[in-house]
Design a protein around this ligand. Structure first.
Ligand code: HPA
Length: 270
């Protein structure tokens, strides 16, 4: 393990009462799930060596450890984005830390624009696969064989079993869930209508500015990953209206009850 990873793990382990089995990355407007964690222990990002600080509205900057639906979890309330100017390694460092703390499963959530014209703002989507459109990869550079292989397999980047758990949770709650391919773009500008059309042609169903780097590193470290997108808006050019971060936050706010119910039902079944 690199020294910075070991340092971060030591600082966090000193504060925890148990080993977490499940990691949660909570995206824009979705951090409220961390407020449901029982007997919470909060660790500010600024107090963890190697962590950056989250600069985006709607993102807090802390780890929350505790119990959720009977599982020992560690949640990132707020994440780091490539567009904030952090390197891919910085963006994904928390995933390495959570894996080193002992999690086996990771649920990654985000707000995304719907590319698929059958989607509506407010839909929840199970991520089946992704397209890395960021022109960078967090694994570029020397490989630490102790963390994972040089050439990790990405053919089941989003665990099939966990997708089924999510699907069944949706059925149980009578929520109709979408399924599809998430495209990771760097942002921070939203896409142009021409880019959205291209991404649709390439097989994308939703587009966002996160998730892909974290899921690459989670696969490198052998974690089972579930990805869920909240379709916060339809991507550019689909409706005759401009996109805004306010709309993203408004939609996540509107669907937060369904999102919370879905996440809790999934976590119960893990
Ligand atoms: N594009 C990219 N990222 C996003 C969007 C979008 O339309 N909505 C929320 N995150």
């Amino acid at each position: 393990m690199t020294t910075s990873l070991q340092e971060a793990v030591t600082v966090i382990q000193d504060k925890l009462t148990d080993q977490p089995s499940l990691g949660l990355i909570l995206g824009s407007g979705l951090g409220i799930l961390a407020d449901e964690i029982e007997d919470p222990i909060y660790i500010q990002y600024k107090d963890i060596p190697g962590f950056s600080t989250s600069t985006v509205a709607g993102h807090k900057g802390q780890l929350v450890f505790g119990t959720l639906e009977g599982k020992t979890v560690i949640a990132m309330q707020g994440r780091f984005h490539y567009y904030e100017g952090y390197s891919m390694q910085k963006v994904t460092f928390p995933v390495r830390v959570m894996a080193a703390l002992g999690i086996e499963k990771l649920i990654v959530t985000n707000a995304a624009g719907g590319i698929n014209e059958a989607f509506q703002a407010g839909d929840l989507m199970i991520i089946e696969d992704h397209i890395n459109f960021m022109n960078d990869n967090p694994l570029i550079g020397p490989n630490d064989e102790q963390l994972g292989p040089r050439f990790p397999d990405m053919s089941s980047a989003y665990d099939q079993e966990l997708q089924t758990v999510a699907e069944q949770a949706g059925k149980k709650l009578e929520l109709s869930l979408q399924k599809g391919v998430y495209v990771g773009n760097t942002g921070p500008a939203y896409e142009t209508p021409a880019e959205v059309k291209m991404l649709r042609e390439l097989g994308g169903d939703a587009v966002g500015m996160s998730t892909v780097p974290e899921v690459v590193v989670a696969n490198h470290m052998g974690l089972q990953v579930l990805g869920l997108s909240c379709i916060s808006n339809l991507a550019a050019g689909i409706l005759d209206q401009p996109l805004s971060h306010d709309e993203v936050i408004e939609t996540t706010e509107r669907v937060k009850v369904d999102f919370l119910r879905l996440m809790k039902t999934i976590i119960q079944e893990l």
